[in-house]
Design a protein around this ligand. Structure first.
Ligand code: ADP
Ligand code: MG
Length: 857
């Protein structure tokens, strides 16, 4: 049956035509259909084609310069040189391509991991299946917070609200309900249908799948294709800008050197080639690719820590995050709740208590106001209530049968209570459990039937909360009608105190974050005293930290909230809507905010935060899609690991910039100084290109693999406004460039006296070796030896490879010939070796003083 009639026929006809039933498909039938129809997937995410990446490489300025150089050599009849430059060109393009391609692949692969799950009836059982495996005829259950996984007809619905903006542009949620509609009903008005790619905001619905994959409405318009295009991060953009500036500098230097060479009456082709080679060598063409690689390496390392990155810029923000906002229950605490205290007019410890009628009434109300859940899932508070009842041999099922359910108001963080309306012998009654203050407002009588003494109740509540217990009030009473408005004049039956122990590792993580200059702020629906007790236990609050109540927060003007936010350690009794205001207030103070959330209502705050964090298991689809990172195992600890990796990524990019810029500057200086002094060329054009290949790639790439300094989590966050090229940093670059230049020219002059032909070879060797060894200066803020230094086999390998290749240039005859390398004498080699080590040795001496803040030098 064509999809377009699915809304217009009767349910029976539809199910028949889909060969399905209200109890869904058998797994065998589903498997068969999956094979026949293919997976429920929109166009496979568009990977960039390899050709595009290659074309990008060829279009770069360096490539154009190289092509020009090859053409000139060819034109003047220097064919060996032309072929050699051609080889350089190919090698350059290959390396550039591989780097770029690997970075893109790594990122695309990680985004693919983020698969949606669906709940389907298979063999009559509700089971979780990957949304991609849904088939036509499947009966699925969709719940609030979930993305609708396929097109389907609504069979049953309860308060089902769907946001269809992605499909129809309608911004208000649409209420869905079963029924048959006229054939002519427009897509936006088909309230009996749900569509793939839209989002269920609230409620629950059973839906029979009528279309999957590309045959869905979204598939038809193909407007909603998940984007996997890696965004350019602000850092990458800044690096690009920096690269451009350096490129201009290199070009000017090339012009200057050509001019000086002309004054020396060098042959014209040599002048051109020198200028071009210098430009090629000095333009930091690898910069953006290596930055992407460093980011991708970070993303990969985080995925090993079960942290999934959904948006690349987040990696960068993580490194400068200053505040982590988190909810309490199930993030800071384990969420395995047990009722430990009951107050029914008197205090009882559950562990040492015999059940008397008042407590029984309270527990019964608690059970009747909870939703049973078969397999341990569901709401942990409700679960604790059921467990408590079982402990006293109260059967939740028996209770529910004797007082049949008429309707319920389910718990939400806005409502802060749960109520059920039930038929009893005395007529319609309501049973409630919820946040004490909220429940108290609905009550007129105390546990013994006396008029309620609110002050006394508050004291009881405070007593329980001060011990760090989550307190819920229990109430019941006759009601006139089934709605929230008739919940008045109820009887407060008592309070229960639930213990929710801190999750393992949280206290340590908060301490770790604090050492790294990050403040952890608790945002909870619980009340002040509970939050305070838990906050102190976890080391999240100290004597100076304030606690702000949700009610006071509403009354505060924005500016005042922003100034208060500096010292507030916990926000209590907040609704999810308040979270956005809190994030905004912190940002107004210049903080970089990471925000944990997992509900439908957290989505705006997650999007607003610099780093939105959602939980992988507990998070709703909307929360995950709004978040920049997902903690796959729902552990708060992972956030610290993510921050650490974020910082390492930034450090590594800085190290790379440091290394690359000092090497390139040295190359420029060598030629400019030689030109000014009217010496012959210390390094020939092709030699420069050669150095560029071996030092810009292997050693430089190794820097993006650096493991990170041991002290990375013991220093304050990076100031996001701080320039990459701080004056200190520039000074370091200039200093080392000068050292490399001095070594190279020193060797050149030394050998030049005895035999000019060997001088340029010796200078060539020195420049290359010195650059390779200079890597140790860029590597760490620590000395090469010493406990704090993590090992990086890539760095050692990279340096070894670069030195090995350089030695080949000296000792493999065809290569030596192409590069105009002449044999050196023993004593030349000694001088070359000694001079090459100078920059690295000086670097070690400079670092002897111990670690330096802020990365290299
Ligand atoms: P948190 O931010 O700590 O997760 P919630 O928003 O989940 O807080 O809960 C806020 C308050 O609502 C709790 O302090 C509790 O009093 C009440 N509450 C929580 N869960 C339930 C539930 N299942 N039924 C009734 N009331 C609840
Ligand atoms: Mg909660």
């Amino acid at each position: 049956m064509p999809n377009r009639f699915a809304h217009a026929c009767s349910e029976e006809t539809l199910l028949q035509s889909l060969t399905s039933s209200p109890s869904g498909l058998s797994s065998a039938a589903a498997e068969e259909r999956l094979r026949a129809d293919g997976p429920n997937r929109l166009n496979p995410p568009r990977h960039v084609s390899p050709l595009r990446v290659l074309a990008d490489q060829l279009r770069s300025m360096v490539m154009i310069l190289l092509i020009a150089a090859a053409a000139i050599s060819f034109a003047v009849g220097d064919h060996v040189e032309a072929w050699a430059i051609g080889a350089v060109l190919v090698i350059n393009a290959t390396i550039g391509f591989t780097t770029e391609w690997r970075a893109r692949r790594a990122i695309a692969a990680l985004l693919d991991l983020d698969v949606l799950q669906a709940v389907a009836l298979r063999d009559g059982q509700l089971v979780q299946v990957p949304a991609e495996q849904l088939v036509v005829g499947d009966v699925i259950e969709v719940n609030g917070g979930q993305q609708v996984p396929a097109d389907g007809r609504v069979l049953t619905a309860s308060n089902a609200q769907v946001d269809e903006a992605a499909l129809t542009g309608e911004s208000l949620p649409v209420a869905k309900q079963p029924g048959t509609l006229p054939e002519s009903t427009a897509l936006a008005d088909r309230v009996n249908m749900m569509h793939k790619g839209t989002t269920m905001m609230a409620g629950t619905a059973r839906v029979v799948v009528t279309a999957t994959g590309m045959t869905t409405e979204v598939g038809n318009i193909d407007r909603l294709v998940e984007s996997v295009r890696p965004e350019r991060t602000p850092l990458e953009r800044r690096l690009d800008a920096l690269g451009h500036r350096l490129a201009w500098l290199a070009l000017s230097a090339a012009g200057l050197v050509s001019l000086l060479a002309y004054r020396q009456q060098m042959p014209l082709p040599l002048i051109f080639e020198t200028g071009l080679a210098l430009a090629v060598a000095a333009v930091p063409e690898a910069l953006p690719a290596v930055a992407t690689i460093a980011l991708a390496v970070g993303v990969h390392r985080m995925s090993r820590r079960r942290v999934l990155i959904r948006r690349l810029p987040v990696v960068e923000s993580l490194g400068s995050t200053t505040v982590v906002c988190t909810d309490k229950t199930r993030t800071l605490t384990s969420g395995e709740m047990t009722v430990v205290r009951i107050w029914d007019g008197r205090d009882h410890e559950v562990a040492a208590m015999t059940l008397a009628p008042p407590a029984r009434r309270a527990i019964e109300a608690a059970v009747l106001a909870s939703r049973p859940h078969a397999n341990g899932g569901g709401n942990p508070v409700d679960h604790a209530m059921m467990e408590c009842a079982r402990r006293f041999s109260i059967s939740p099922d028996g209770l529910a049968q004797s007082r049949p359910l008429v309707a319920e108001l389910t718990f939400s963080s806005e409502r802060k209570y749960q109520a059920s309306f039930r038929q009893t012998r005395d007529g319609l009654s309501a049973y409630l459990k919820g946040a004490p203050r909220t429940i108290l407002e609905l009550c007129a009588f105390g546990p013994a039937g006396e008029p309620i003494d609110v002050r006394q109740m508050d004291q009881v509540n405070d007593r329980l909360a001060a011990d760090g217990l989550r307190v819920l009030a229990l109430a019941s009473g006759p009601v006139a009608a089934v709605d929230a408005k008739s919940l008045r004049g109820l009887t407060l039956l008592g309070f229960v105190g639930l213990m929710d122990p801190p999750a393992p590792g949280v206290k340590e993580t908060i301490a770790r974050l604090r050492a790294a200059g990050l403040r952890t702020v608790m945002i909870t629906g619980d009340q002040r005293l509970t939050a305070r007790a838990v906050g102190h236990e976890l080391g999240l609050l100290d004597a100076d930290s304030g606690i702000l109540d949700g009610r006071d927060l509403l009354a505060l003007p924005e500016a005042e909230l922003a100034s208060l936010a500096a010292t507030i350690g916990a926000y209590t009794r907040v609704t999810p809507a308040d979270k956005l205001a809190i994030v905004a207030a912190l940002q107004a103070r210049g903080e970089i905010v990471a925000m944990l959330g997992d509900g439908v209502n957290d989505a705006p705050a997650l999007r607003r935060a610099n780093v939105g964090v959602s939980m992988g298991i507990r998070g709703t689809d909307i929360a995950k899609q709004s978040a920049g990172i997902i903690l796959q195992d729902d552990r708060f600890e992972s956030i610290a690991g993510a921050v650490e990796e974020g910082r390492v990524v930034f450090d590594n990019i800085r190290k790379f910039v440091f290394y690359l810029f000092s090497c390139n500057t040295a190359e420029i200086l060598v030629l400019v100084i030689a030109g000014v002094a009217a010496w012959p060329l210390p390094v020939l054009p092709l030699q420069l290109l050669w150095i560029n290949i071996i030092t810009d790639t292997f050693p430089a790439l190794a820097l993006s693999m650096e493991p990170g300094d041991a002290g990375v989590m013991r220093r304050p966050p990076r100031d996001p406004r701080e320039a990459i090229l701080s004056p200190r940093f520039l000074l370091g670059i200039a200093g080392y460039a000068a050292l490399i230049t001095a070594s190279t020219l020193g060797v050149f002059l030394w050998v030049h006296g005895s035999e000019p032909a060997r001088a340029s070879t010796a200078a060539f060797m020195t420049l290359s070796f010195a650059q390779s060894l200079h890597l140790v200066n860029a590597r760490s803020t620590y000395r090469i030896t010493g406990a704090a230094h993590g090992s990086n086999p890539y760095a050692i390998g990279g340096v070894a490879l670069a030195i090995g290749l350089q030695l080949m240039a000296a000792f493999v005859p065809p290569l030596a010939h192409a590069l105009h390398v002449v044999p050196l004498r023993g004593e030349d080699w000694m001088i070359v070796a000694a001079a090459s080590m100078v920059p690295a040795m000086v670097g070690q001496l400079v670092k002897r003083g111990g670690p330096m803040e802020g990365g290299p030098p």
